[in-house]
Write a protein that binds this ligand. Structure first.
Ligand SMILES: *Cc1c(COP(=O)(O)O)cnc(C)c1O
Length: 344
């Protein structure tokens, strides 16, 4: 009953098999491997973007930080949600790599176009003394499990474009959002106005690979230099390529995301039936729910693993409602979900 995160599950066997297959003989290093050519073509096809520049790195933090560094200048500011992963969970790596600072757009997990517009407008009112406007970074799926609709994405990108600012999409859970919206990768990115996407894989069955996709190739060389300088250019790159190749083969990435989201829906329906309340409406593979401490204790002692959200298991009031985060990955089976619900 493991719901701590979607990166605590196993690597998908097809990905392991592809890595073993890639472990034959010799391949050129640093991304010049044959598989990378295949991956580049596949990703260009998936995004309907024949001119896109495609790179692989091993962590989402590297993908976000290097992408944002490429889109910004040290005197600029990156606009994001107050709960953005780049703000809360990357130990200032985006600031470290870019030299820029983050400006938190007031509001919740989803940025609102009016608030974004006001935040952007408020910058550059102090001439040389103040930060200059820089990229907008949007997280899809958001850190609270909600999904921006295409209209919402388009509206945010339109605000950025009004100020001629580039847009970055943190897609650590790109596939989960895509299958939730049932749209095309192009619609969720460049057609909406996104310039660069961190296309996640690790949380959806890979060992550790995220792609960075630039729809405008002009920044590609700068990204390559930053990736090397930032120590994120892998020499035995074929094993990154192999993971991404397996991910894209026969739409494994979509299949796994559908599985994760379906697992999440099963769990959410069950929680709802048991009277749990939701802090956010679950739209992909993450649930933020609240139920009594006594139930958390029971689940905990039965071996369920998940994070309490701003709460402690130990406390006097057994009936106190405690919030938690439950994340479903592709591998968790219906039996485990039902066992969890039965205990509840
Ligand atoms: C997990 C995650 C990342 C990537 O994190 P790493 O631990 O660096 O791989 C980036 N953005 C979001 C929204 C995430 O949930």
């Amino acid at each position: 009953m493991h719901f701590a995160s979607d990166n605590s599950g196993p690597v998908h066997p097809q990905v392991m098999a592809k890595m073993t297959e890639a472990n034959q003989g010799y391949q050129m290093a640093y991304g010049a491997d044959v598989l990378m050519n295949e991956v580049r073509d596949r990703i260009r096809g998936v995004f309907e973007a024949p001119g896109a520049a495609v790179y692989l790195v091993a962590t989402g933090t590297a993908a976000n930080s290097l992408a944002l560094a490429t889109l910004s200048q040290p005197w600029e500011t990156v606009f994001c949600s107050p709960v953005a992963h780049i703000h809360e969970d990357e130990c200032n790596a985006p600031e470290f790599y870019s030299g820029a600072k983050l400006t938190l757009v007031p509001g919740g997990d989803k940025m609102n176009p009016t608030a974004l517009w006001s935040s952007i407008l408020a910058e550059e009112t102090r001439g040389v003394h103040g930060p200059q406007r820089g990229p907008v970074s949007i997280t899809q799926v958001t850190e609270r499990g909600s999904v921006y609709s295409l209209e919402e994405l388009q509206a945010l990108c339109a605000v950025a474009k009004e100020y001629d600012l580039p847009v970055h999409l943190d897609g650590a859970r790109f596939a989960n959002a895509l299958v939730a919206l049932n749209c095309s990768p192009a619609e969720m990115t460049w057609k909406a106005g996104v310039d660069v996407v961190s296309f996640g894989g690790t949380k959806n069955g890979l060992m550790g690979v995220e792609a960075v996709v630039f729809f405008d190739e002009s920044k590609a060389w700068e990204f390559e230099l930053r990736r090397k300088r930032g120590a994120h250019l892998f020499s035995k790159h074929r094993f990154l390529s192999a993971q991404m190749a397996a991910y894209l083969q026969d739409d494994l990435w979509l299949k796994l995301a559908r599985q994760s989201n379906a697992n999440c829906a099963r769990l959410a329906d069950g929680l709802r039936a048991k009277g749990a309340s939701f802090l956010h409406e679950p739209q992909a593979n993450m649930i933020f729910a609240s139920f009594p401490r006594s139930k958390h204790k029971l689940l905990h002692y039965a071996g369920a693993t998940y994070h309490l959200w701003g709460a402690e298991l130990v406390g006097a009031d057994e009936n106190e409602a405690l919030a938690c985060r439950l994340v479903c990955d592709w591998s968790i089976g219906p039996d485990e979900i039902d066992r969890f619900l039965d205990l509840l």
